[in-house]
Structures are given as C-alpha cells and as structure tokens.
Design a protein around this ligand. Sequence first.
Ligand code: ATP
Ligand code: MG
Length: 381
Amino acid sequence: MREVLLVRFGEVHLKGANRPYFLRMLTDNVRHCVEDLGARVWFSDSRIYVAEVEDIAEAAERVRKVFGVYSVSPALETAKEFEEISAAALRLMEGKTGTFKVFARRSDKSFPISSNDMAAELGHRILVAYKGLRVDVHKPEIKLHVEVRERNAYLCSEEIMGVGGMPIGTGGRAALLLSGGIDSPVAGYSIMRRGVKIEAIHFESPPYTGERAKEKVLALAKKLGAFQGGMRVCVVPFTKIQLEIHDKCPEELGTVLMRRFMMRIAERLANQLKAQALVTGENIGQVASQTMDAIVCTDMVVGMPVFRPLIGFDKIDIIREAEKIDTYETSILPYEDCCTVFTPRHPNTRPKPKMLEKAEELLDVAALEDEAVAGTRMVEV
Ligand code: ATP
Ligand code: MG
C-alpha cells in the first residue's frame, strides 16, 4: 500500500484528435512542478498519477495549480486484493466523524467481488471500526471512492479542485506588457490559463522610477512565472522617450503618445521572443488613456493582435482575481510607475489619429525606438 495523487483533467477531454498531444503536455507540466520532490509521474487509463513523494500535501497543492488540472485526490494505492483494500479503507477513514457512503467500481470485471458487495462489506467494516461514523446513502458528508483498475486498486475520500484551463504550451506564446499595477498581472494570468505561455515586457524610467519599482515588477513576474515554470522579462529603458515627449509634444497627448511607443516597441520585442500576440491590462474607461478613442489610437500602431482580457471587468472584480492569484499585495506596494511620473494635468480623453501622427512628426520615432530596443535587458525569473 502506498500514497499517490490522482490527477483528473477537464477540458482536455474535448480535444479530439489532439488529445494525445494535450495529455502529453499536461503530464509533462505536472511532472515538471513536482520533480524536485523526487516524484514519479505517469499517465495511465485516463488519469495522471503522482507517486513516491514524501510530502503528498505539498505535491497536491502544487499540482492543483497546473493549468488543465480539474481536481486532485490524495489516494491510497493497493494490490487488487480485498483484505488490502479493506485495510486501506480503514486507514483513510480513521479519525473521521459524520456520515459516509462507499462508492465502489471495478473496471477490471475479473475481480472476484462485485462492486455492490465490496461497497457493502467495506461499509460494514468501517461502521464496526469507528463509532463516530454513520452511513447516509443520499447525502453523505464523506464519499469514499474505491476503484479496482487494471493493475491496482485506488481509494480516496477527498477531492481538491484544480485551477482548470488548458495546459501551458498548447496555446502558443504571447508577450504581456507588465506594469507594477493590479491589472496587468491578472490579464497575464487569464491568458496563461488558456494554455498560452507568457513572457513579460516592462518599461522603466530611471531615475524617475526607482530600483524598488523594478524589483516589484520582477516579484510579480515571478509569481506569475510559478504557473508556467518561469518567465522572461524584458526591461526596456523608457526615460529618453518620455522626456522627448514631455519636451516636444503637446502635454495633453503625452499619455497616449507614450502608450503608442510602448506598443510599437513591445511588438518588436514580441517578435524577438517568438510571441504572436500582445496582452495588456487595459480596461475601458478606467483612466484617461483607456477611453475608447485612446484605445483605438493605441491599438492602430501595431499589426499583432492585442488581447485585453480585462476590457469589460469592474475594478472590484479585478482586485478579487488579483487576491486569488496572490499578486494583489505586491501590486499595491507604493512605488512609482513610468506612466504616473509624466501624467499630464489635463489629458485629452478624445484623441484622434491625426493629432498623434502630427505630434510624432516632432520626434525621431524610429531612432528612439531603436535605442530603446537596443538597450533592453532580459531577466529570467
Ligand atoms: P495596471 O494596473 O496593469 O498598471 P493601469 O490600470 O494602471 O494598469 P495603465 O497604467 O494605463 O493602466 O496601463 C495600461 C496597461 O499598459 C497596463 O495594464 C499594462 O499592460 C501596460 N503598461 C502600463 N505601464 C507599463 C509599464 N511601465 N511597463 C509595461 N507595461 C505597462
Ligand atoms: Mg499602471
């Protein structure tokens, strides 16, 4: 008898001819997240198994967060031998109180005891052994599942829900514009959850933004990276562009001009990163640079699709998500962002492409972008 983890997957079931590919990715991703625990991970009859770990609770907590995992159950694996199954059942139910029901199944029909007989006999033995337990066949508090499969039997009484989604790597690659704010980490997470591998791009403006502001962004990237086995972060020097905009262009267009630079530079870096799309935390109406007109003017400077998964969310819902993925506390640390440092007093909330193009003629856009791209440093977290 030994402890194992049963891992169930959700939507991956639906993928038809691609199913083997999705399952291989998912199995690899599960293996990757527990390999430092010495675990053995394998796929067999429509489930993933994790065994040979000392700390099964830690393994469960990690595997639960792998995208594509529907749920996990700490379980006992036994030989296909009734006395051993019975001993495992008693071990699982030890110390528990309340109502229970045994659900027995055998996919191996040559196993000599029928499912009904097995459930009845195990139920009886549990009742005799533990005074605090009663049977309730309609609404049991504890469901003890016993499955006799091809090679072994498995027993479990607990199901821990996973994060769902699709396995990382099955959805291609995208580049996330990652600020230190609340929104962009949540935006990145929602895309990652659909199986897309994310790399990050961050614009910094030293000395107006400090070292601690950058450390905060790297901390956020690290938290997100934990869901996909690390992340690359491109840190782009943005000070010169911001100063040029500030000195030479109409103040009220400053923010949107800056955002157009960000998008164009991000697209070039995304190509280098072999990413096919950009992701931002933009959200209609939240701030001056995110009115419909501003987003139209920002969007039109790049050819790549720009995904904005939070576009229609309320702030309160975004905050709730940020808390759930544990980025909120980091995001609200009070360090400056390059956007806030140069915020115009009266931003134009209805900019038009012509105005912006005219303003950009006052700058050497290509040279500024080349310099920013050349000065970009890549950090792995
Ligand atoms: P966030 O909470 O993500 O910072 P926000 O509500 O503060 O978003 P803005 O500051 O207008 O909104 O930024 C909109 C989006 O632009 C961000 O969600 C992010 O994707 C991107 N962005 C803003 N600042 C930066 C930056 N310094 N580096 C990289 N991306 C940025
Ligand atoms: Mg911001």
